[in-house]
Design a binder for this molecule. Structure first.
Ligand SMILES: Cc1cc2nc3c(=O)[nH]c(=O)nc-3n(C[C@H](O)[C@H](O)[C@H](O)COP(=O)(O)OP(=O)(O)OC[C@H]3O[C@@H](n4cnc5c(N)ncnc54)[C@H](O)[C@@H]3O)c2cc1C
Length: 316
């Protein structure tokens, strides 16, 4: 291999990219991760606002499959995960906050941060990867772990023609958006420790107090509110104060104290509406893989399942 050619480039250092890279590294491969953000973890992210701490994406993760359960056991031993505070079975949370998982998994991996990939194309026997404001990279194998529509956009200028049935299926994988409202309160909230996923919550899909969860320090509440897909779609462009005004009549009884601060995160790709029929995509003849929750199934555990499945195929 030409020394300037990477062994395998993985686009995205969310849970899928990180777990995949670690599995490949264990088998002697040399993965390089390219991540457009400043930190790893993707949708398992945490936001700090004036001393308050909010898990703004994934709230908890499940461990129902033996391989991921073993992984989570190791995370608990390392002190970066713990059982969900109200004791619900199979549920875990990142410690001290959700972004601890990404930080922990990054150790020992080669990650280029703030490296936004613009396009990837196949040139001869290699991949040529264009990165914003950086020289292009070459790799023998390429794995895409961003949400499926973003991954497909990177291949748009590629000379690669995916098998027609695969391309059609992948184009059908769209995601729900999610508006995430983060509120600081003047005192403790009236929310239960384990948060709420109200069955008839109207615009509210999930609401939890990060202080009760053990994520945010101090006595005053730091509340994450995830808004339902239809509401998020309809109100995606609104400001934080507009969104808060719209949902205030619904959430006020759960808050129990006055709102002192508000922030909004817009997740364009929150949860896949569909998934691929297999847990990973691997086209060995061109060295192209795809993994993530849109491939392996929704949520953190689906993303992990996809990463493990692809790692097995790439090293077999
Ligand atoms: C609001 C919300 C609530 C959720 N709640 C839960 C929950 O309670 N429980 C649960 O199990 N799951 C939950 N999830 C889903 C869970 O977070 C995801 O399924 C999981 O984190 C997906 O991991 P991933 O690595 O596949 O994707 P991501 O985490 O999206 O990682 C992809 C990475 O690729 C990077 N990237 C994208 N494009 C490029 C590019 N061009 N160049 C370089 N890097 C790029 C991104 O920055 C990102 O870091 C939630 C998600 C959201 C948004």
């Amino acid at each position: 291999m030409n020394p300037a050619t990477e062994d395998v480039v993985i686009i995205g250092a969310g849970l899928t990219g990180l777990l995949l890279a670690r599995e490949l590294q264990k088998k002697g491969r040399r993965p390089l991760l390219l991540e457009k953000s400043r930190g790893p973890g993707g949708r398992m992210s945490t936001k700090r606002v004036e001393g308050a701490v909010f898990d703004q994406g994934a709230q908890f993760f499940t461990a129902r499959t033996p391989r991921f359960a073993a992984e989570i056991e190791a995370w608990c031993e390392a002190g970066i995960a713990a059982p969900w505070p109200d004791g619900a079975p199979y549920r875990y949370v990142g410690r001290p906050a959700m972004n601890a998982v990404g930080k922990h998994l990054s150790a020992g991996l080669e990650i280029r941060r703030e490296a936004k990939v613009l396009a990837a194309k196949r040139t001869g026997v290699h991949w040529e990867i264009s990165v914003e404001n950086q020289p292009a990279l070459h790799a023998r194998e390429l794995v895409l772990t961003a949400p499926v529509p973003q991954s497909l956009a990177l291949l748009a200028s590629s000379e690669v023609v995916l098998p027609a049935d695969l391309a059609k299926e992948l184009r059908g994988i769209d995601y729900h958006p999610c508006l995430a409202l983060m509120l600081t309160l003047a005192g403790p909230s009236a929310l239960p420790t384990g948060g709420l996923a109200p069955e008839d919550g109207g615009p509210v899909r999930w609401i939890a107090d990060n202080t009760r969860k053990g994520v945010s320090p101090g006595a005053s509440a730091a509340v994450t509110v995830h808004l339902a897909p239809a509401f998020s779609e309809e109100n995606y462009g609104r400001s934080e104060t507009e969104v808060l005004a719209l949902v205030a009549p619904v959430i006020t009884p759960w808050l129990g104290a006055a709102v002192t601060g508000v922030a909004l995160h817009r997740w364009r790709y929150s949860e896949p509406k569909a998934r691929h029929r297999e847990p990973s995509v691997w086209l060995s003849e061109i060295g192209l893989g795809m993994a993530g929750d849109g491939i392996g199934g929704p949520r953190v555990e689906g993303a992990a399942t996809s990463a493990f499945a692809l790692a097995d195929r790439m090293v077999s």
